[in-house]
Ligand binder design. Sequence first.
Ligand code: OSB
Ligand code: MG
Length: 368
Amino acid sequence: MKLTGVELRRVAMPLVSPFRTSFGTETARDVLLVRVVTDGAEGWGECVAMSDPRYSSEYVDAAADVLRRFLVPTLAAAPRLDGNAVGRALSGFKGHWMAKAALETAVLDAELRSAGRSFGRELGAVREWVPCGVSVGIMDSVPELLDAVDGYLAEGYLRIKLKIEPGWDVEPVRAVRERFGDDVLLQVDANTAYTLGDARHLARLDPFGLLLIEQPLDEDDVAGHAELARMIGTPICLDESITSARTAAAAISMGACAIVNVKPGRVGGYLEARRIHDVCAAHGVPVWCGGMLETGLGRAANVALAALPGFTLPGDTSASRRYFETDITEPFELENGHLRVPDGPGLGVAPLPEVLAEVTTVTEWISC
Ligand code: OSB
Ligand code: MG
């Protein structure tokens, strides 16, 4: 393939309800979409960077800047263009995994569309449907939380994840267990809000039979997670700390996590995400597919990844309507708690032109 140009497009996507986590409250997604145009086909990638560097050091304006200034020009000058070559071509630049992931995904999409092959087929999907969970934000009150969880269970979600922080942890978990029973698959996500000094407090979650606690400690505190794992009964799952297959292997061998949240948009793309899956599978560590409030474009690829054999737990792969009133693609809809894995060429979905035009705030064309 030969690169003709790359479009950077910003779209404003209001969320159906505010999403509060220990790092902040999101009311809308300011999404950066990357569209690559090649001599063969065009392809799309969604950058998962958020507006502010609170979940990660990356943020959307920085992603756009590094793409236009460094990543796109370097890729344009590379001797060979295909999905597998992108990581190596960009490896001279440190970090910026969310920007790199979006560009790699767009190139892979273009390549697979030309070849008539789906993301699922390319990555090694073994399922046509994937089981889905939902991530439930911090609420102002327990009754409000119970209403939200009730609604999601009624829609068919197979697993509930509660966002927690100091002051909103044991009580909401207890309330959900008391109201909905012990059979609900339940887990919590702290987004780094605790320290090792909170170990005794976190052990108070042990009686509730949680599937896992996600990222209680700092991103760079893998050793701390290993220590915490010896002090609490709930299995530890890492999200922010898992930046690559190499860090996943190291975290597993240190005993820092028993489960891994694979976030393709944060680890540099779907090819690295597959390598994380492979490393975890080799160690017998279950994985699940995380999310970053993606539109239908990012969701399509996440669902394809979640269909790999090692993804044995329901992911944060919720239906479009959990996030947006109107998605930019045909909406993903839950059927018996599952989403269907797209099987068309590439991502298998594309933006609906009228919707896309309506939500676009800026477009920028970079000729290659
Ligand atoms: O920590 O998993 C997280 C959303 C944005 C940033 C970080 C996280 C999340 C979620 C929601 O928990 C996942 C989703 O439904 O997309
Ligand atoms: Mg998380």
